[in-house]
Design a protein around this ligand. Structure first.
Ligand SMILES: *[C@@H]1O[C@H](CO)[C@@H](O)[C@H](O)[C@H]1NC(C)=O
Ligand SMILES: *[C@@H]1O[C@H](CO)[C@@H](O)[C@H](O)[C@H]1NC(C)=O
Ligand SMILES: *[C@@H]1O[C@H](CO)[C@@H](O)[C@H](O)[C@H]1NC(C)=O
Length: 237
C-alpha cells in the first residue's frame, strides 16, 4: 500500500515537472508532455465549467491531462467518464475551489462528483452535497481503479463518500458526515484523513459519537486507515 502512495506522489510530481503546454500549441505527435487545461469562472481560462474541461479530453485518452481549477464555487454535478483516464483535477487551495450540488436518493445518480475513469487524481478541492440529513446524499463516488485524492474536503451527511470499487488512496483529506458516511467495496488506503461525525448516528450495531472518529467505519472493512486524527489538520492547505 505504501508503494502505491509513492507512485501517486511521483505521478503528481511528474505532472508538475513536465512541460505544460496550452491546448492551442498542442502537438499531437508529442507524447511526453502533460496537457494543461485551465478552468476559470471569470472567463480567463479555457473553460468556465469543470465538466466542459473534462468533456474536452478525448475518448480513450492516453496522455496526462492536468485540469487546473481557479478558485470559485462551481455549482456542477460532475462525471469523469470511464473512457477518460489520466486526468488530474487540481484546485489552488482546498477551501477556495468548491464543487457543490444538492441531490439525494439514488447513490449512483445523486453524487456531486463521480469518477468512473481509472488513474484519476484530485487535489485541493472541496466537494460537497448540500442536501442535508435524512437521506442518502453522496458527495463523491469513486469507481475507477488507481484513484488518488490529496488535500480534499468531502462533505455531506449520509453516504458522503461512496468508495465504490477499485484501489484508491486518500491523503491529507477531511471527510465528514453521519450515517454510513464512508461506504462501498473499494480497497483503499486512508492516510492522514480526518473522519468527522457531524452528529451522533447509529451504525452496525452501535452509536458513533459526534466528533472525530477513532475507529474504522464498519462498512469500509477492506480499507486501511492510518494516522487519522486532528494534529495534522491545520496543515491541510
Ligand atoms: C475507445 O475504446 C473502446 C474500447 O476499446 C472502443 O469501443 C471505442 O470505439 C473507442 N472510442 C474511440 C473514440 O476511439
Ligand atoms: C478551511 O475551512 C475549514 C472549515 O471552515 C477551516 O477549519 C480551515 O481552517 C480552513 N482552512 C484555511 C487554510 O483557511
Ligand atoms: C436541497 O434540496 C432540498 C430538496 O429539494 C431542499 O429542501 C433543501 O433546502 C436544499 N438545500 C440547500 C442547501 O439548498
Amino acid at each position: 500500500m505504501m508503494t502505491r502512495g509513492y507512485v501517486f506522489n511521483f505521478f503528481v510530481l511528474a505532472l508538475c515537472t513536465l512541460m505544460a503546454i496550452s491546448r492551442a500549441n498542442q502537438d499531437p505527435t508529442q507524447t511526453t508532455t502533460a496537457l494543461l487545461i485551465r478552468v476559470d469562472q471569470s472567463g480567463m481560462g479555457d473553460y468556465k465549467k469543470i465538466q466542459d474541461a473534462i468533456n474536452a479530453v478525448p475518448s480513450n485518452n492516453s496522455e496526462l491531462v492536468f485540469i487546473w481549477v481557479k478558485p470559485g464555487i462551481y455549482e456542477e454535478q460532475i462525471v469523469v467518464p470511464v473512457d477518460k483516464p489520466f486526468i488530474t483535477l487540481s484546485g489552488t487551495n482546498t477551501n477556495g475551489t468548491i464543487i457543490t450540488w444538492n441531490d439525494s436518493g439514488d447513490i449512483f445518480q445523486s453524487p456531486t462528483f463521480t469518477v468512473l475513469a481509472s488513474d484519476f487524481v484530485g487535489r485541493f478541492l472541496t466537494i460537497q452535497n448540500t442536501f442535508g440529513a435524512g437521506n442518502k446524499a453522496v458527495a463523491l463516488r469513486v469507481s475507477g481503479d488507481r484513484a488518488a485524492f490529496y488535500n480534499c474536503r468531502i462533505l455531506s451527511h449520509q453516504d458522503t463518500l461512496l468508495d465504490d470499487t477499485g484501489r484508491h488512496y486518500y491523503k491529507n483529506c477531511y471527510i465528514e458526515g453521519d450515517t454510513d458516511f464512508i461506504c462501498g467495496d473499494a480497497a483503499s488506503l486512508f492516510e492522514y484523513v480526518l473522519l468527522w461525525a457531524i452528529q451522533m448516528f447509529w451504525t452496525w450495531g452501535h452509536y458513533i459519537k459526534k466528533g472525530p472518529m477513532v475507529t474504522q467505519p464498519h462498512n469500509s472493512r477492506s480499507s486501511t486507515f492510518l494516522d487519522y486524527g486532528l494534529d495534522w489538520w491545520q496543515k491541510l492547505d
